[in-house]
Design a protein around this ligand. Structure first.
Ligand code: SF4
Length: 419
């Protein structure tokens, strides 16, 4: 196969893979053994685009031929596009060559479904197996699980891949029926359940037999498309929460729908989901996983969608002013974490510092707690709430005025931390 042909395939199949955002390479502890190539433990440097997407993997499809016709997908069979397919050895060679040249730290491999789910999954596994067993490749591998693939193949995939993911794509069953009539909800959840159970089982066995391999050490993730159907943010976050709780998801990714196909079931070409909506969903996801919030507190029938102009924690605080002010000298860490503007790092600094003295504004500044937002929601030594006469709308106005232009940079920094 000529170099030009490989390059052409790469152009087509890397471009087709760009809509999948579930490719963060964190969370794996695979180490380099037997003088192999690569090391995910310390060798991977992550690079994130401004909106938090990881760009350090060779991210390609095995093929963009597909037997299905999901309305939202550029690869769908009825779409008139240039098609291509890699051979197994071609993907192996590309990965090794790119790794040696330091272009990538690992591989993210997905695929359109050709012939059947099992046939496609077998080919993805064959790439990972060759990389691990023949090339002694210890770099990061993220394999896409093909909906409907057999349990046996899912078990095998996790022995070679660091992370597995099956994209739920559409947050509700009714939306899925409308846009992807060939797919069944069970086709997504069955492999997820298999992966979850295998992870648990292999971990348990490893406690007894030390040589047991680690199954999918970086866990599993999924992705939902936002804005292809009319789901509210509440629907999306309830679905995400369900997957975190019931399938031990490491991450749920939210990808704003980019209209690329004219279809009466989809938003019109040229319309676009605001990047800020994606960002607000990620912030909410963060609050659910690390700040002890429940979905119902942030999104409910009264507030089914997130505010675009303020972050979800501030939005919650402004709607629940009866919970404030919070006394930084006595409040539990859980309540401190609810103060807008305080991250978990600041909470831990406060908890440590207040063991030695009652804290005042000066002490808080001295230990590096950012007060520009937090000051409206807390009291310290003098027990005097300076802002008690302000209405929520006034507090919001003051905060927005103070934070103009600061959002993008601080948000990008946060995203790079939690990917
Ligand atoms: S099965 Fe996957 S690749 Fe095929 S059309 Fe549906 S979303 Fe696209």
């Amino acid at each position: 196969m000529s170099f030009e042909r490989i390059r052409e395939k790469l152009n087509i199949l890397a471009d087709a893979a760009k809509y999948d955002v579930s490719c963060s390479s964190s969370g794996s502890t695979r180490t380099n053994k037997n003088k192999g190539l690569g090391d995910t433990g310390t060798g991977i440097c992550h690079t994130y685009t401004e909106d938090g997407r990881c760009v350090s993997l060779l991210k390609i499809l095995m093929t963009n031929y597909c037997i299905f016709d999901c309305a939202y997908c550029v690869t769908r069979k009825s779409n008139d596009i240039k098609r291509a397919a890699f051979k197994i050895q071609e993907v192996v060679d590309l990965t090794i060559n790119f790794y040696r040249r330091n272009y990538i730290e690992g591989l993210f491999l997905s695929s359109g479904i050709f012939k059947s789910a099992d046939y496609t999954m077998e080919r993805l596994i064959a790439v990972a197996k060759k990389l691990r067993l023949e090339e002694n490749f210890n770099g990061y591998i993220h394999l896409k699980s093909i909906p409907g693939a057999s349990d046996e193949l899912m078990r095998e995939a996790g022995l070679y891949a660091d992370r597995l993911s099956v994209n739920i794509e559409i947050p509700t069953i009714s939306g899925l029926k409308l846009l992807a009539p060939d797919k069944k909800h069970e086709d997504f959840v069955k492999p997820m359940l298999k992966v979850k159970n295998e992870i648990i089982q292999y971990k348990a066995e490893k406690k007894i037999i030390k040589s047991t391999p680690i199954y999918a050490p970086a866990g599993q993730s999924t992705q939902m498309i936002v804005g292809a159907t009319g789901e509210s943010d509440k629907d999306i976050m309830y679905t995400a929460n369900h997957f975190y709780k019931n399938y031990n998801m490491k991450r749920v990714y939210y990808s704003g729908y980019v209209p690329v196909i004219e279809d009466s079931r989809l938003p019109a070409l040229g319309s676009q989901v605001p990047m800020l909506r994606e960002n607000r969903l990620y912030q909410t996801d963060w609050l659910l996983r690390f700040y002890g919030f429940s979905v119902n507190e942030i999104l409910n029938d009264v507030n089914p969608n997130l505010d675009i102009d303020v972050d979800p924690k501030l939005g919650w605080a402004l709607r629940n002013m009866n919970e404030f002010p919070i006394d930084v000298n006595t409040a539990s860490p859980k309540m401190l974490a609810r103060i807008p503007g305080l991250g978990m790092y600041s909470v831990s600094k406060i908890v440590k510092a207040r063991k030695f003295r009652r804290l005042n504004w000066y002490h808080l500044k001295k230990i590096g707690v950012a007060l520009n937002r937090a000051q409206y929601f807390m009291i310290c030594d003098a027990n005097e709430w300076h802002h008690k006469d302000l209405q929520p709308a006034q507090i919001k106005g003051l905060i927005l005025q103070n934070s103009k232009g600061k959002f993008r940079s601080s948000y990008s920094a946060q995203l790079s931390l939690f990917n």
